[in-house]
Write a protein that binds this ligand. Structure first.
Ligand SMILES: *Cc1c(COP(=O)(O)O)cnc(C)c1O
Ligand code: SF4
Length: 321
């Protein structure tokens, strides 16, 4: 499948983009959290541009190995929030299922880049442990499939999970957090639409796009299919230095999302994970960007600026004033 055709050699990626001579200093060892990027995503990068916003999201740079004070291994307190194997239950009414550690793309800013999935992950083929936990807590109305990327799993596994969730009567919504329709739109196929269209639960998909350039006609077509299947489409982004930290980039992203039938939901301040410090945008600058953005966009295209705080009862809204 397409996943197998991902580029995993940084030198090859630079070659494909004509950047071998650009003086980019790569990370010395990529054994841990190596490069992974689908060919179709590479095709959306601008050849010859070392500052390309898509390239920056995936290229393992030497600066990742500098240690930065305040940047840790588990910045959002996920290990402490594991309620049961494979389930994070931090917020009232919503439980998050770590379905897999796999992703179609490796994003260098990812806050889970050090997370010990092998230990935390659901391992039962029939999802029994996860389903038991959800069934035993009637306060849970919404299940969030996360990972990794839940759509990295096979539709057979996902259909089994979805069918199990359908039978838990207090559940009302099924939310899927995924980057796959953006980075590998071919993933939105008949088998995916079949189980997604069949669930009794109200489906919500939160896409993770960070830049307008990530969209093309194949992405648009995949999103049409999801909308036609009755899925409510939202997007969350991370504010990333050198990728989308300008009013022009954020405005273009919101407008491109809306054109594709998606509403902006959250814009996250970077989670302070070791290896991602070079993407950090200071909160004061983030606020200034959002205040300016608010003067240029209708209110419904303005994402909520949030940060995740370990131990807090909700995502923290960053006050703009
Ligand atoms: C972010 C997150 C959610 C969802 O929060 P919303 O504000 O509803 O988007 C739920 N559970 C966990 C563990 C989370 O990290
Ligand atoms: S797709 Fe999501 S979970 Fe996977 S590496 Fe990227 S940000 Fe992390």
């Amino acid at each position: 499948m397409e996943l197998a055709k991902a580029v995993s050699d940084p030198r090859q990626l630079l070659q494909l983009l004509g950047l071998e001579q650009a003086g980019i200093v790569l990370r010395a060892s990529i054994r841990h959290f190596p490069l992974r990027v689908p060919r179709g995503y590479v095709a959306r990068m601008r050849p010859g541009d070392p500052a390309d916003p898509l390239l920056r999201q995936v290229l393992p740079l030497d600066v990742e190995d500098q240690s930065s004070p305040g940047f840790g291994q588990d910045p959002v307190g996920d290990l402490a929030a594991l309620a049961s194997p494979g389930v994070l239950h931090k917020y009232q009414g919503r439980a998050l299922v770590l379905t897999t550690g796999a992703c179609a793309i490796h994003c260098r800013y990812c806050f889970r880049r050090h997370f010990p999935y092998a230990e935390a992950q659901e391992r039962d083929a029939d999802w029994a442990t996860v389903l038991d936990y959800l069934a035993n807590d009637e306060s849970i109305e919404e299940v969030i499939l996360s990972g990794g990327d839940p759509l990295a799993l096979s539709d057979k596994r996902l259909a089994a999970l979805s069918a199990g969730l359908d039978r838990i009567t207090h559940l009302q919504r099924l939310r899927i957090h995924t980057r796959l329709p953006i980075v590998l739109p071919e993933r939105v196929d008949a088998a995916l639409l079949a189980w997604l269209g069949a669930t009794r639960l109200k489906p919500v998909m939160v896409l993770h796009a960070n830049h307008a350039q990530e969209f093309d006609t194949r992405v648009d077509a995949a999103l049409v299919l999801l909308r036609e299947a009755g899925v409510c489409l939202l997007n969350q982004s991370v504010l990333l230095r050198g990728v989308n930290d300008s009013v022009a980039a954020l405005r273009a992203l919101s407008e491109r999302l809306f054109a594709a039938g998606v509403l902006p939901y959250y814009l996250h301040l970077l989670d302070r994970v070791q290896g991602a410090a070079h993407f950090d945008v200071h909160a004061a600058r983030a606020r200034a960007l959002l205040l300016e953005l608010a003067t240029q966009l209708p209110g419904y295209l303005l994402p909520r600026l949030v940060r995740e705080q370990a131990g807090a009862a909700a995502k923290q809204l960053v006050n703009l004033n």
